[in-house]
Design a protein. Structure first.
Length: 252
C-alpha cells in the first residue's frame, strides 16, 4: 500500500495566495504523475469554486466528512487533474460543534487514516489558527507556508510556528517543511527585502521557487480552472511546476 503524503497549506494571514497555490500545486503534482486529493477546509469555499465546482450542487463536503458518518470516499469529487473534497458555508458553523467532540483535534486525521490510493493530499486551511486549522495540521505530515511579497507579510508567522510546535504533542512528526513567496514582482525592491527577512527567519526552509505576479492567474480563477488548463505557458505555470518538483524532492 502506497504511503500518502498529507500537506497543509497554511497561513493565518489572508490574501497570500494560499488557495491559489493549493489548486495549482495540486495540478502541477498531477501533471508529474502523482495521484492528488485536495481538501477544502476553508468555509469560504474558494478552493472548491476555483476548482470549477458549483456549490449549489455539492452533496457531501468537509462538513459531512468531519461531523457526520459520511465516508471520505462519498465526499470525493473526481476531476481530470486532481480530486477534491469541497466545502460550502455550512462549514462556518462547524467549530461550535467540533469544540464539544472527543478528540476534537483529530477528527480529520481519523477520516484520512482510512483513505488510500493517493500520493498527495493537499489541505487548503482557513486564514486563521482555528480548530479547523488544528485538525488539518494534526492530520498532516508537513506544513507549507505561502507568504505574499508585500508589506506586513512576515507578521504572524512566529505565531504560526508556535502553533505548529504545540501541535507536535498530537503529531510529533509535523514540521514546517517549506516557506515560499507568492505575488513576487522582480521590479519591486521591497519584494527582495521580504525575501531577505524570510531567509533570516527560516534559512534552508525558504524554498527556491518564487511565484511571480501573473495576470493569467486571475483569469484562471474566474474560469474555475488551474493555470495549466488556462495557459500552460504562463509564467505562473512554470513557477508552480518548479514548486511541485521542490515539494516532491523534500517529501522523498
Amino acid at each position: 500500500m502506497k504511503k500518502t503524503t498529507i500537506l497543509s497549506l497554511v497561513n493565518q494571514k489572508g490574501g497570500v495566495a494560499k488557495t491559489t497555490s493549493t489548486i495549482n500545486l495540486a495540478a502541477a503534482l498531477s501533471k508529474l504523475g502523482k495521484k492528488v486529493l485536495v481538501i477544502d477546509l476553508d468555509p469560504q469555499g474558494n478552493c472548491t469554486v476555483g476548482s470549477g465546482i458549483d456549490l449549489t450542487n455539492l452533496k457531501y463536503g468537509t462538513y459531512n466528512l468531519l461531523l457526520e458518518n459520511t465516508p471520505a470516499e462519498d465526499c470525493i469529487i473526481k476531476r481530470d487533474s486532481y480530486d477534491i473534497i469541497g466545502t460550502d458555508i455550512k462549514l462556518a458553523g462547524a467549530e461550535l460543534i467540533i469544540i464539544s467532540k472527543i478528540a476534537r483535534e483529530s477528527l480529520l486525521k481519523h477520516k484520512l487514516d482510512k483513505l488510500t490510493g493517493y500520493d498527495f493530499i493537499l489541505i487548503d486551511c482557513p486564514p486563521s489558527l482555528s480548530l479547523l486549522t488544528v485538525n488539518a495540521l494534526t492530520a498532516s505530515t508537513s506544513a507549507y507556508v505561502p507568504v505574499s511579497a508585500s508589506v506586513f507579510a512576515v507578521g504572524g508567522i512566529n505565531q504560526l510556528s508556535d502553533t505548529i510546535d504545540s501541535i507536535k504533542i498530537l503529531n510529533k512528526d509535523l514540521e514546517i517543511k517549506g516557506v515560499f513567496l507568492t505575488r513576487f514582482d522582480k521590479r519591486e525592491k521591497f519584494n527582495y527585502m521580504v525575501e531577505d527577512a524570510l531567509l533570516q527567519m527560516f534559512e534552508e526552509k525558504l524554498l527556491k521557487t518564487k511565484i511571480r505576479v501573473c495576470a493569467d492567474i486571475n483569469k484562471s480563477q474566474v474560469q474555475g480552472v488551474d493555470i495549466f488548463t488556462h495557459n500552460p505557458k504562463a509564467r505562473s505555470a512554470e513557477d508552480y511546476m518548479q514548486l511541485a518538483q521542490e515539494v516532491i524532492e523534500l517529501e522523498k
